[in-house]
Design a protein. Sequence first.
Length: 279
Amino acid sequence: MRYHETLYSEWGQNFEQGQTLFEAETGHQHLIIFDNPRFGHVMALDGVIQTTEADEFVYHEMMVHVPMNTHLNPKHILIIGGGDGGILREVLKHNSVESVTQVEIDRAVIDICVEYFPNHSKGAFNDPRLNLVINDGAAFIANNRKIFDIIITDSTDPIGPGEVLFESEFYRGCADALAKDGILVTQNGVPFMQGDEVTSTYRCWKPYFKTRSFYLTPVPTYVGGSMALGFASKSEIAKPSRAKLEKRAKGIRELRYYSPEVHLGAFGLPRFIQSLMVD
Ligand code: SAM
């Protein structure tokens, strides 16, 4: 049996689908988890691959340690989405973190991922620094009054429940919720296939952020080439020195992808992606 991803009608990937471990309509989205000989447990939401046991470390390390190691002293973190727990696991590796607020719309994703992807969260959902909120991230940010140093939007693609997290209104709320030197990072699609998402985010960010950039990371099961991760701040964020990143990285355990040279290199954007960053 084969599992066919349905993100793109004209092209896609398919997996040998071993045992189907879980499948249900959660009330927000269709959730399936199946086993694959190469990638281990694989999760898809509404037909789109979200995470696998084999390659999750690439995405979660790059989404978290680039902003966290750039910021001088990240204490208060907001995660939007991230129901599989990988982002939370990596955030909690930073000793500077005093509080993490995670806003996930679908409780079922958390519960099922704790069961079928135990190494994603690794107990992170039990950490006393966590304030877990089950809500739409856009609704949360619209009523939020807290100030955060880092906001990480680990959402699905801009289809279904994730759509509101790619709109100007949400980004305005993120800007209001960020400290002056705070950093916003977003899951921003695979530019070769979803280049319009880079352009749209770049334009939406213009009224709110002085720093508007992207960095790249190649996640094997996010097909179409490297994924763009959005990087924004109300301040001009200077490129951190290699020495500073070396020092910060030394304090993070169990890294399998992130390194200072990968961090700095990730901001080197090919011309076709630079050409998408137009107002
Ligand atoms: N790494 C994946 C990617 O790059 O596509 C994302 C994985 S994570 C499972 C995506 C999470 O976003 C899911 O748990 C989903 O329930 C959550 N989500 C989608 N829309 C949301 C919203 N409006 N507010 C909060 N969480 C949302």
